[in-house]
Design a binder for this molecule. Structure first.
Ligand code: NDP
Ligand code: 8X3
Length: 254
């Protein structure tokens, strides 16, 4: 019997990790990627402990590197052709400086990872989904893909791009049974703010006095979208914590 793979990028942490666990619970075989192999091994152990029969595969590569993505695809031709769900989750923000002060390196990393990485992965998988006339591509956009905020211009631009690419792909796939979903969370407490700000104390301040979303909250949403009947396509979904009403509008205690 053909395996039913869920391929999740950026699963070594946060939303990707939780999504791998949620989709394993839903009966998918799990292919997880990231750049930190030891974290992926920990995730594999956690999934295997709960779901011993689930196949778990790991691959360590940089989604923003076209050559590394193409080597990954060549090495795993069978699994790539059998992917039922691709979760384009690998992504990041770097810095909160105003555009006049920001680092070109930070811009390049965000654009290469959040836009080009997502495109490289999508292109590799989607042609097989079209051939078998089934599949689901779930992108991690953001509320930052709908509204901008000071110091977030380039990160927001990458997530606006994710929104445009999700819509464009959906249009191109119309007439096939391949679904596309763009999940757009507000504040989720993961490694995201540590990566963005470069230190745990600064990251903790982001969530001070409010209750952010957890990675599990988003993973459950991804799993719910995936579990809708084949004729239902959840196209876009904005999820804020109750304590956040808009990108810059947060209710804090104390
Ligand atoms: P984390 O920092 O916890 O996880 C990010 C994941 O992406 C890690 O597993 C990291 O793995 C992987 N990753 C980053 N760059 C690359 C790369 N070049 N190649 C391969 N993997 C990479 O953050 P989140 O879980 O919060 O973020 C997941 C997604 O959700 C991102 O796209 C983010 O923009 C989006 N999002 C997050 C929100 C939040 O508030 N946290 C809100 C809205 C959207 P490794 O370091 O091992 O490579
Ligand atoms: C992450 C959410 O509001 O920090 O995409 O940009 S935000």
């Amino acid at each position: 019997m053909m395996a039913k793979w869920a391929l999740i990028t950026g699963a070594s942490s946060g939303i990707g990790w939780a999504t791998a666990e949620a989709l394993a619970a839903q009966g998918f075989d799990i292919f997880v990627t990231g750049r930190r192999y030891e974290k992926l091994q920990e995730l594999e152990k956690a999934i295997k402990a709960r779901h011993p029969k689930t196949q778990v595969k790991l691959a360590c590569f940089d989604v923003s590197d076209r050559f590394e993505v193409s080597e990954f695809v060549k090495a795993h031709k069978t699994e790539i052709s059998e992917v039922e769900i691709l979760v384009n989750n690998a992504g990041l923000a770097r810095g909160v400086e105003k555009m006049q002060d920001a680092s070109l390196d930070d811009w390049e990393v965000m654009i290469d990872t959040n836009i080009k990485g997502l495109l490289f992965m999508t292109r590799a998988v989607v042609e097989h989904m079209v051939k078998k006339n089934s599949g689901h591509i779930i992108n991690l956009g953001s509320v930052a893909g709908r509204w901008t905020y000071p110091g977030g211009g380039v990160y927001c631009a990458t997530k606006f791009a994710v929104r445009a690419l999700s819509e464009g792909l959906r249009m191109d796939l119309l007439g096939t049974k391949v679904r596309v979903t763009n999940i757009e969370p507000g504040m989720v407490n993961t490694e995201f703010s540590v990566v963005r700000l470069g230190d745990q104390a600064k990251a903790d301040k982001v969530y001070e006095g409010m209750t952010p979303l957890s990675a599990q909250d988003i993973a459950e949403t991804v799993a719910w979208c995936a579990a809708r009947p084949a004729h239902v396509n959840i196209q876009e979904l904005v999820i804020y914590p109750t304590d956040q009403a808009h990108v810059g509008q947060v209710a804090r205690k104390g």
